[in-house]
Ligand binder design. Sequence first.
Ligand SMILES: N[C@@H](CCC(=O)N[C@@H](CS)C(=O)NCC(=O)O)C(=O)O
Length: 270
Amino acid sequence: MATNDLKAKFEQDIKGATPKGTDTLRGNIRKRGSIPKIGKISKVQLCYFQGRGLAEVSRTALVQAGVEFDDKRYGAKMTDAGFSKPEMDADCAAGKFATNLGRVPVLNVGDTQIGGSKAILRFICKEYGMNGTNNVEAAKIDSLCEIVQDCSDAFGKAEDKDAWFSTEDMAQGKRGLFYYITGLNGLVGADGFAVGGKCSMADCVIYRFFGETADTAGLFGAPRSEPMNSSEKTDAALAKSAPNVAAIVKAFGETANMKAYLANRGEQLF
Ligand SMILES: N[C@@H](CCC(=O)N[C@@H](CS)C(=O)NCC(=O)O)C(=O)O
């Protein structure tokens, strides 16, 4: 079937209409509990705003896995009356985000709507081979993602952001970036991948937190967005104390898929 026909079929499916021939496919999805890989067109749609926020890490997971997906992005702007997002509101009223309580991100996979940024990321990584090759690797990946989350939470709470980058104090209550990245460095691979010598959810999460930068429209803050508000300081800290983590960030951003995605990502609202 020609690519355009497949795309039209996909769009009809997303709208709820069932084109001829999809019943067997849907039957197969139910039986296998899995997404069909139909050549280069997969029936995957990720809905979020025209910004990075809670969806970007899942977008990059799909990108690294080579999954062609409908990257549905809703516009939004700040007005005197508040946050305005009419298209998203209309789709919300139509029940399109019910599984995330009317919020985004939502992932549509065939007939299934998956709500919640973390559930979406985990699903994508399990479905597309980015969650390790056994339960032990999966647990390591999970653990690394949690450590990055701990680091992110601690950065958010740190009152002195300069001390965050400089302190080497390891005592509870006094820890800064150094504590997290030296520990993380010892847990990840030295080959540019966090676990198992291949790209996994942990690499996606590490890149999102330590590597992701963008010039944005600044809808929710500064237009220039950098890891922990400073690529320079983050890169210097990784180079000094966490070369394995630095190598993961570099390798992740330099894949052909990521380069193509970033070149075409377009303007970000935030
Ligand atoms: N825990 C949820 C939070 C979802 C959430 O707060 N989404 C925001 C965008 S970042 C949203 O849809 N806000 C619009 C609204 O609540 O109407 C997740 O991780 O998906």
